[in-house]
Design a binder for this molecule. Structure first.
Ligand code: ZN
Length: 277
């Protein structure tokens, strides 16, 4: 099981000095040398998928992430947890596809913690980088900054806690194109308790079976990277990438492709990105 963590977020007001989206890693003492390459690979993965900011007049430069390995609940159970710790706000922005201005909150720093009892097993199973990618996505904002409320303002306003319904435009369009052409929302996990619920795509509780929701290549939603439980092999759907577009990031594939595919109801128009571990 994965847990997202909602941390107190420091809203920054000072401008950064460089450009593009990059992930900087700070390794805590518990992170052994043999663990580190997977962190760097996971960072490179997201830097490839997320190319920059759709709105940025101050040159945001990416995210600083603290990587930690610590004792938690022993073998199995919670593999890791992560979330943003600071962010930058743009108010009243009309993003492509938005019907009205919204408030965008970008993560600028965050923390990931992995259970030391699980790391060697994950490495042996070939899933270590997968789990890091998953937690890194939470730091970037997946499931942690949907409908985030702070000081009476709601940011990234496309998920209501407890609804189980993600309604971001690009994420939903990609989901319609990949998994369910008639969907009116992307199903969000409500099981697994605090931290797992409301922060992942939906699957069978406990990861205990296939969902029957498959893309054009037969990949079941249970194996998508951002469900609440690790299932191998995993892949990253365009629904997840579209979700980052909704959050204000430029992503690959380009969102016009996502929206175009939805418009014409085709699933074979582009190359989906699949990563078999
Ligand atoms: Zn998670």
């Amino acid at each position: 099981m994965y847990k997202k963590v909602i941390l107190p977020i420091l809203i920054l007001s000072a401008a950064h000095a460089s450009a593009d989206f990059s992930i900087s890693l700070n390794f805590a003492s518990g992170v052994e040398e043999s663990y580190k390459s997977a962190f760097n690979d996971a960072a490179s993965f997201w830097e490839t998928q997320i190319t920059g900011y759709r709105f940025d007049d101050i040159n945001l430069q990416g995210i600083n992430i603290s990587a930690n390995v610590a004792t938690n609940d022993g073998v199995g159970g919670t593999l890791g947890s992560a979330g943003p710790t600071s962010g930058y706000v743009f108010n009243g922005i009309v993003l492509d596809g938005d019907a009205s201005p919204s408030d965008v909150l970008y993560s600028t720093a965050g923390s990931m913690t992995f259970d030391s009892a699980d790391v060697d097993n994950l490495i042996a199973a070939g899933s270590w980088e997968t789990v890091i990618r998953h937690e890194m996505a939470h730091v970037i904002g997946f499931g942690t900054l949907w409908g985030f409320e702070n000081g009476g303002t709601t940011y990234n306003d496309f998920y209501i806690n407890g609804s189980g319904q993600y309604t971001g435009t690009a994420g939903l369009a990609a989901y319609q194109a990949e998994f369910d052409s008639g969907a009116t929302y992307v199903p969000v996990e409500l099981g697994g308790g605090d931290g797992t619920a409301n922060g992942h795509w939906n699957e069978i509780d406990g990861g205990a079976g296939l969902t029957g929701i498959t893309d054009g290549s037969g990949n079941d939603m249970a194996n998508e990277l951002m469900t609440g439980w690790l299932n191998s092999p995993s892949y990253v759907s365009n629904t997840t990438l579209g979700q980052f577009y909704d959050m204000g990031y430029s992503v690959i594939p380009e969102p016009s492709s996502i929206l175009l595919v939805a418009l014409f109801g085709s699933v074979g128009f582009w190359i989906r990105r699949q990563f078999l571990i």
